[in-house]
Design a protein around this ligand. Structure first.
Ligand SMILES: O=P(O)(O)OC[C@H]1O[C@H](O[C@H]2O[C@H](CO)[C@@H](O)[C@H](O)[C@H]2O)[C@H](O)[C@@H](O)[C@@H]1O
Length: 393
């Protein structure tokens, strides 16, 4: 792990207004993005053309196994499996962590700088779910959000346009968050409910007018719609090929599927990885990316959480403006696509939630979900004070 500070200075210059035209969702969508795939060591087309080395060698030789092992910080040895909802906690080496923090300063410590930069701007909040709003737990069905966190997110949404961008299906993440004040992008951004606006064309076949949980008119954008039957089929196959592996769990997230190995004996990780890898040989239009002790099977389309952020900003009428500050908070590799969009277009701040040092495109860091909540509360308090100061209350 390279613990060198990765940025000369975490404090950015003013964002340059992007001169991008409206989102090119019509033309480029179905092209396989090379940029989109480095997070997947097992890039499908490559491994498919490679001679099958047989047995379990694919997964060992192509880096899958290493990626699977590295996909989540190690759990403390002292933690016993008390319940399915037990929170996994992590060891971290404080010296290394402090060194890493020089490159990714705490968003709590840098709070004044962040709001100073955002004070004349419209802040838009983008939040990942697992590991960001709810702590990582053994059982994905038990990843509940605490009431104080829910209350905090509701307050955030009162002041700033706020969206949840999750790897889970949109319905599942809504069931967990239960806040109608927000916008939701499920399946890693491949299923978006956003505001109706003039700035996003709804002529695209995958973009239609819809209504949200409260009956409010919205735009529904599902760029991977044609993959629905394929994901359904793959989900069933994944359940079948993992049913004899104790602890394995498969989730259907509508436009993608997750294969969890957090509760699988480490000796069996190669086997689970190899079976998924072998199955993907029959699906050249699908690929796998690595999340936290999970393999995510998803369509090969040029769409990710970063594109979802751009789409939502556009539908909110917040692109091509220099008075907007998007902030994205996330903990996972898939969140890196969003951090990258913000960094490369000099648009806003990515904040990585991590208790261990790792390379990231984020600008700042927060250690865990408690710190996320503190940061969001600070933001709400700051905004309330600003409004009082300017007589808006
Ligand atoms: O984009 P996210 O909202 O962060 O979703 C990513 C994956 O999150 C869930 O899995 C992760 O959280 C579980 C609950 O804490 C944990 O048990 C698992 O090991 C983590 O990988 C979700 O279950 C996946 O389907 C999402 O893709």
């Amino acid at each position: 792990m390279d613990l060198k500070p990765s940025h000369a200075s975490p404090i950015r210059s003013d964002p340059v207004p992007t001169n991008k035209s409206r989102l090119g969702i019509h033309s480029s969508l179905l092209a396989c993005s090379q940029q989109d795939s480095p997070l997947s060591p097992g890039k499908f087309p490559k491994s498919n053309s490679k001679k099958n080395m047989g047995g379990l060698d694919d997964v060992r030789s192509n880096g899958w196994l290493d990626a699977m092992k590295a996909s989540s910080p190690p759990r403390k040895k002292s933690i016993h499996k008390a319940s399915s909802a037990q929170v996994a906690s992590f060891d971290y080496d404080s010296e290394d962590y402090n060194l890493w923090m020089q490159g990714y300063p705490s968003a709590l410590e840098a709070f004044e700088k962040i709001v100073d930069f955002g004070k004349d701007k419209k802040i838009a909040m983008f939040l990942d779910y697992d590991g960001t709003l709810s702590p990582i737990v053994e059982d994905p069905d038990c990843a509940f959000m605490s009431e104080p966190m829910r209350k905090t997110v509701r307050s955030v949404a009162k002041y700033f346009p706020t969206a949840i961008i999750s790897g889970r299906s949109r319905d599942k993440v809504f069931d967990l968050v239960k806040l109608t004040e927000l916008y939701y992008a499920g399946s890693h951004g491949m299923d978006i409910i956003g505001p109706v606006s003039d700035t996003v064309s709804i002529n695209h076949p995958n973009c239609v007018k819809s209504t949200d949980h409260e009956g409010k008119e919205t735009i529904l954008f599902q760029p991977a719609r044609e993959f629905l039957p394929m994901i359904d089929e793959v989900f069933k196959t994944l359940v079948e090929i993992t049913k004899d592996i104790e602890g394995a769990k498969v989730e259907n997230h509508k436009f993608c599927a997750s294969v969890h190995y957090r509760n699988v004996e480490e000796n069996n990780w190669t086997m689970i990885g190899q079976r998924v890898h072998d199955m993907l040989k029959n699906y050249p239009r699908l690929r796998s990316t690595h999340g936290r002790k999970v393999l995510e099977i998803r369509p090969v389309i040029d769409w990710n959480k970063g594109k979802a952020v751009e789409f939502l900003l556009e539908s909110l009428g917040l692109t091509d403006r220099n008075d907007v500050l998007p902030i994205y908070i996330g903990d996972d590799k898939t969140d890196e696509d969003a951090f990258k969009v913000l960094r490369e277009s000099n648009l806003g701040y990515g904040i990585l939630v991590s208790s261990v040092g790792k390379e990231s495109n984020a600008f700042y860091s927060l250690r865990d979900t408690n710190e996320v909540m503190k940061f969001l509360q600070l933001l709400v308090n700051w905004k309330t004070e600003e409004e009082t100061k300017h007589g808006k209350k």
